[in-house]
Design a protein around this ligand. Sequence first.
Ligand code: SAH
Ligand code: SF4
Length: 395
Amino acid sequence: MTGTAHAKHFAPPEPAATGPRNLAGLGRAELEAEVRALGEPDFRARQLWHWIYHQGARDFEAMTTLSKGFRARLAANYTIDRPRAVSAQVSVDGTRKWLLRLADGQEVETVYIPEDDRGTLCVSSQVGCTLTCRFCHTGTQALVRNLSAAEIAGQIMTALDDLGDWPRTREGRRFTNLVMMGMGEPLYNYDNVAAAIRIVLDDEGLAISKRKITLSTSGVVPLIERCGEELGVGLAVSLHAVRDELRNELVPINRKYPIAELLAACRAYPGAHNARRITFEYVMLDGINDSVADARELARLLGDLPAKVNLIPFNAWPGAPYECSTPARDRGASPRSSTTPGYAAPGAGPARGQDIMAACGQLKERQPAPAQGRAGSRRRCLNAGGFDAGRTDLS
Ligand code: SAH
Ligand code: SF4
């Protein structure tokens, strides 16, 4: 299945035929086409690009390098809209989570994770998800549609508005890394995700290099190679189990593309080498996938791959059929304790970053309060405490 074929069934709503067209989220070629339609030369498109994606301008009046007449014609025909943030939650550690409302009323979430040397935005690719991984709350949502490229890029633009991260100068920027790890399966919306990533990569715009972008997939094998070849971004794979029988249950796409095929695609991933290892995400489910034998098998399976393992504490949601591993089992499953060294398991270390990645797996929901009596494990099981610190309703 290709991204395009899938998109037919889950396409975003078509923009209204009449009324001003939104320029935010258009690629270079599309922007040029609009400028030509107004009878203007191509260099005007470059100027617009600069104002939209470098300066972060939100109205045409601010575009002082454009003539007044051109600005007026732009304003009569176009808008520069982003998804509207209806709420923002700020954690004590600076992490921010926005609930964004799209033009058709659907909602997605975007997360910003500041760290010492970087600031990462975790962005959604779909409303809901057609895949039904058993531990993931997003997969239980009834409605699914693909996000448009403009809605994907727009999440970033809204975040940058709120972070005050315009213009996109090199020094002191807050947004430095992008992870496609929010709601949805990005490789089932490949064309739109790729178009948005090209905007993010553009040196005269948001200017994030491909080395700072990671796309996470549950394992859509036929599109993995294309992603590496066309976009060259980092790959994260949601593995979560080392045997097909269990992975069929946890990550049902495994029935279509089993572990051996998935790992073969990873081995062939363009650009995968030790300097740019593939991340294997592994959610820690108590008594399900966290035995010492699982850890050994994980080390064996990944032994010949340029891999790093990200152990994610399971982020429980009401009615979830699993619990997060206890710290003891968690340690037992760490490849560090196995006999095959050779790749890093950052999940065994300080857990803040991956805590938030896990949060990405169940966006759009208020987090349940941490359970009493298991604080040791729950502490790493996520952001429940983190996100109740300061919620701002923006609607
Ligand atoms: N669909 C893609 C990307 C979005 S999910 C994928 O599956 O890779 C991002 C990550 O969050 C995935 O590794 C996913 O398995 C994980 N995840 C989902 N729900 C989770 C939960 N409740 N707790 C911890 N991690 C979760
Ligand atoms: Fe979809 Fe990823 Fe959640 Fe699976 S883990 S249901 S692929 S968002």
